[in-house]
Design a protein around this ligand. Structure first.
Ligand SMILES: NC(=O)c1ccc[n+]([C@@H]2O[C@H](COP(=O)([O-])OP(=O)(O)OC[C@H]3O[C@@H](n4cnc5c(N)ncnc54)[C@H](OP(=O)(O)O)[C@@H]3O)[C@@H](O)[C@H]2O)c1
Length: 248
């Protein structure tokens, strides 16, 4: 069957969960998968308005989407997220584990509470999202984890954030081996400076570091996620794919 002209990769009949899919890069991924025909579950933790806006945008383009509020640092929430996704759209094909939180400050100032706050989402939360995906995904499914190019750039002040991201990259490499026999691929995307959250001065420095002389748009990263989610990426697994505009 040929792919209709308006689709780059055909995700019709696929069901995707985008964890942290309501804002920023996650929103762009939700919208991109939705535009390609996937039914998208947009997960978020607190900002109802952003999640509802994302769902509305997908629906306006005649896509299918549902917002599910669930805190991935809580295991029962993770199970409910997958239950609600399956009840709404059926068996799941694609899970994008994109949610994260960050605290940036000098290494010697981090407290135990801050460690728990960041690791509970970025490491524990993503670990159990990937585990639930491994239990429930259809054979031939896709798991995509958002890490960060920071793991290669090693910027001071990022010790806690990058330590948490390092754990999920190791997870990707290991789980890819276990899920290969089911033709499920497991990969990480490493975005560079991507959103306009950076102060103006930092944005200029970041843009200068790229041979393209700009920082990334969420859509630049979303297109990489779309590719990894597609059938065309079936031979790529256990990889960390840099999507940083040539900065690292
Ligand atoms: N932005 C960058 O320049 C950049 C660069 C490199 C890597 N990254 C990585 O790319 C990913 C997205 O970054 P971003 O800046 O686009 O994120 P963002 O705009 O801060 O959005 C974060 C998303 O995650 C959700 N979330 C946060 N904690 C959660 C939890 N406990 N349970 C469920 N959902 C939760 C948020 O929901 P609410 O809206 O409800 O809060 C939101 O949908 C992250 O993994 C980040 O580390 C970002």
């Amino acid at each position: 069957m040929s792919i209709p002209r308006h689709l780059t990769y055909d995700l019709r009949h696929k069901v995707a969960i985008v964890v942290g899919g309501s804002r920023g890069i996650g929103r762009a991924i939700s919208e991109r998968l939705g535009r390609e025909g996937a039914a998208v579950v947009v997960n978020y933790v607190s900002n109802d308005e952003a999640a509802n806006n994302t769902v509305r945008t997908i629906a306006e383009r005649e896509g299918k989407a549902l917002a599910v509020k669930a805190d991935i640092s809580r295991i029962p929430d993770i199970q409910r997220l997958f239950d609600e996704a399956q009840t709404a759209f059926g068996e799941i094909d694609i899970v994008v584990a994109n949610a994260a939180t960050a605290i940036i400050k000098p290494f010697i100032e981090f407290t135990e509470d801050e460690y728990d706050q960041v690791f509970n989402v970025n490491a524990k939360g993503i670990f159990f999202i990937v585990q639930e995906a491994a239990k429930r995904l259809r054979n031939g499914g896709r798991i995509i984890v958002t890490s960060t190019g920071g793991v290669r750039m090693l910027i001071p002040g990022n010790a806690l954030y990058l330590a948490s991201k390092g754990t999920i990259e190791q997870l990707v490499r290991t789980v890819a081996q276990e899920l290969g026999p089911r033709n499920i691929t497991v990969n990480a995307i490493l975005p560079g400076y991507t959103t306009d959250l950076l102060p103006e001065r930092d944005r200029r420095v970041a843009a200068e570091a790229s041979p393209f002389k700009r920082i990334g748009e969420p859509e630049d990263v979303a297109d990489v996620a779309l590719f990894l989610a597609s059938n065309e990426a079936r031979w790529i697994t256990g990889q960390e794919l840099g999507a940083g505009g040539g900065v690292f």
